[in-house]
Design a protein around this ligand. Structure first.
Ligand code: SF4
Ligand code: SF4
Length: 109
């Protein structure tokens, strides 16, 4: 199934530098990151036995699941500050609060 990439809180995904980086020297080629990502960010080089980040912009902004499930700590991401600064710079809190109001019927518990 094709992964549909939408803007993130109104920001074009290609303007956000968020994707995994694999340290091949630490990686053991287990494939946990490849098979665990539901957004098809990774392919796998079967000759080298290493994951390859083939669709970086498919990565969910601020997701670090594959890094957390890599037992060799071979995957890294930009620091959390990068996303938090983006949120402040682009005034995304206001946007989120407005969206909460607009979607009250859907989200109210
Ligand atoms: S989960 Fe870690 S060790 Fe396993 S293939 Fe991915 S990067 Fe390599
Ligand atoms: S952080 Fe999440 S979305 Fe991004 S590659 Fe890893 S598992 Fe996939």
């Amino acid at each position: 199934m094709e992964v549909v990439i939408k803007p993130w809180h109104g920001i074009p995904r290609e303007d956000i530098k968020w994707h995994p980086v694999v340290d091949e020297s630490r990686c053991i080629g287990c494939g946990m990151c490849v098979t665990g990502c539901g957004r098809k960010v990774y392919g796998f080089d079967y000759k080298k036995k290493r994951p390859v980040v083939v669709r970086p912009n498919n990565c969910m902004v601020a997701c670090v699941t594959c890094a957390n499930t890599c037992v060799k700590d071979a995957i890294s991401f930009p620091p959390k500050d990068y996303v938090q600064e983006l949120i402040k710079k682009e005034k995304l809190l206001e946007r989120a609060m407005n969206e909460l109001k607009e979607r009250v019927d859907e989200l109210k518990v």
